[in-house]
Design a protein around this ligand. Structure first.
Ligand code: PLP
Length: 515
């Protein structure tokens, strides 16, 4: 059966292929692509899949969402193999028991080229883009006739490098990443600007992250520019990113179950969340049939998801009489006002409840809600919808003070002084709150897998500020990996745009593309 995709906002019988969904990214109506039926796992998967490697599991999972007419077994195997060969750990995403006495495990997702969890998805997406483009361009030698894509994105630091490392050197792809001059950390700037591949371009824009984001949005809205240069995005709403992230839920589930060797234990996942892409992959895994007991959303002070789960109100701000603003926290990759991928979950919740299984009806309702969210900043969902959300999800909100306290706590309690990054710390703080509740309720046999989304070296300021008080702590010795140290010595290629001007950015892009 070939898997088909539709927009979360359409009331039509739309059916797109995997390739169309991936290459378009966002639907024309502003919605996100979803597979309307979530595939079920083969009944024997618990025994048959339990000893598979990461790559073998990735193949099993991806195959359920991509038909073999679209990508053959041979090609899919190769795409997976190439994508994860760039990871430094043989398990790709290893499980680390950081507090075995309390049944707490960390799922380390930061062993990819840029030391961030987004590598798991973007390494695959980069190869997928190249695969689709070179297939389309087979036999076309004239460069002006080839299908190409110009990926344009803005970053506040962390995500740009993962996109660059996913797309570097890829045929028929150019990537432009805008970042605010002087407002990202030195390591982040080094990671982005020392990449030598000719298809990688970073633009240091004198302005704020919001300025960069606005320019990117305007470029996407510019139809003439867009049709001429085929502007694409690899932002967190791309379906292929969600898909690639499912693998580590399966892999870690089996790793832990195999180790525990018992049937009864319950496994819960705790996920530091911003745009809801990471945890949404866990939702798909659970819906497919992986026996996950609960998915726990961990937010920082930008807590729209935590407020939704507690109140059923999806609102830009707790107090709508004031202008909604993003708060800058210790975990910047989770600093969001609204959570883009949450729309996908809402679509399933609506489809399965108030829309009574009707895809087109669900699309109509989501479309209305998204318009309402945009105009009033608030959507209040029916009781059935929030009740359905609470079956699978729970949530906590962790402030900066608790984040820093948790970095200290993990470090001082761990026999080998384990250092967590601030995003991971939001998840660990959430895990400990749940562990305390379990102890109070006498719940037994509950295990927590808390997702570790970044290497601590990438967030040196908060880590050092938290751990500086410990005697013997050294960032250089205990935290900073050798290859990140080496980046400081490499030559940086920086193109400065001296004011946040759309025209200046566009000319810089055109100039590079014409080279
Ligand atoms: C992107 C990111 C997150 C948030 O993931 P979402 O998929 O947006 O919820 C958390 N931590 C780090 C380090 C990230 O880069």
């Amino acid at each position: 059966m070939s898997q088909q995709y539709r927009s979360t906002r359409t009331s039509s019988d739309q059916a797109l292929s995997f390739e169309e969904a991936v290459m378009m990214g966002l639907a024309k109506d502003g919605g996100l692509f979803v597979p309307s039926s979530i595939p079920k796992l083969p009944s024997s998967f618990l025994t048959e899949w339990k000893d598979l490697s990461f790559n073998q599991l990735a193949f099993k999972v991806l195959r359920l969402y991509i038909s073999s007419e679209e990508i053959s077994d041979f090609d899919l195997t190769r795409l997976i193999q190439v994508s994860y060969s760039t990871f430094r750990h043989s398990d790709v995403t290893p499980l680390e028991p950081i507090d075995a006495d309390n049944n707490l495990y960390l799922l380390e997702l930061f062993h990819g080229p840029t030391y961030a969890f987004k590598d798991v998805a973007l390494q695959f997406v980069g190869n997928l883009f190249e695969y689709f483009l070179t297939r389309k361009n087979a036999g076309i030698d004239d460069p002006s006739k080839r299908d190409t894509i110009t990926v344009v994105g803005a970053t506040s630091g962390d995500t740009g490098s993962a996109a660059i490392y996913g797309l570097r050197g890829k045929q028929d792809v150019d990537v432009f990443i805008l970042y605010p001059t002087g407002r990202i950390s030195p390591i982040q700037e080094e990671q982005m600007t020392t990449v030598e591949d000719e298809n990688v371009h970073t633009l240091s824009v004198k302005g704020t992250f919001d300025d960069c984001q606005d320019i990117v949005k305007q470029i996407f809205g510019d139809e003439e520019f867009n049709s001429k240069y085929h502007v694409g995005a690899v932002n967190s709403i791309n379906w292929a990113r969600i898909l690639a992230q499912m693998t580590y839920y399966f892999y870690s589930y089996f790793q832990l179950k195999n180790k525990l060797g018992d049937e009864q234990s319950k496994i819960r996942y705790v996920v530091p969340s911003g745009n809801f892409g990471d945890i949404l992959a866990g939702y798909y895994a659970k819906e497919m049939g992986l026996p996950i007991d609960k998915l726990i959303i961990a937010t920082n002070e930008n807590d729209i998801l935590d407020r939704f789960l507690k109140s059923g109100r999806y609102e830009k701000a707790a107090d709508l009489s004031k202008p909604a603003e993003v708060k800058a926290t210790y975990s910047p990759a989770m600093d969001i006002l609204i959570s883009s991928n949450f729309e996908r979950l809402l679509w399933y919740l609506v489809r399965n409840t108030v829309a009574q299984g009707d895809d087109t009806k669900a699309g109509g309702i989501i479309n209305e809600w998204m318009v309402q969210l945009k105009t009033t900043g608030s959507v209040v969902v029916p009781e059935e919808v929030i009740a359905a959300a609470r079956v699978d999800f729970d949530s906590e909100r962790v402030d900066d003070q608790d984040t820093s306290k948790t970095i200290k706590q993990v470090y001082s309690n761990h026999p080998e002084k384990y250092v967590v990054d601030p995003h991971t710390a939001v998840g660990v703080a959430t895990s400990y709150r749940n562990i305390a509740k379990d102890a109070q309720n006498g719940a037994k046999g509950v295990y927590y897998i808390s997702l570790s989304t970044a290497h601590p070296a990438k967030f040196a300021d908060v880590v050092n500020q938290s751990l500086g008080e410990f005697e013997g702590y050294s960032f250089e010795k205990d935290v900073l990996p050798e290859d990140l140290k080496a980046l400081a010595l490499k030559e940086k290629r920086i193109q400065l745009i001296d004011e946040p001007s759309l025209e200046k950015v566009k000319s810089a892009i055109i100039e590079q593309l014409n080279k």
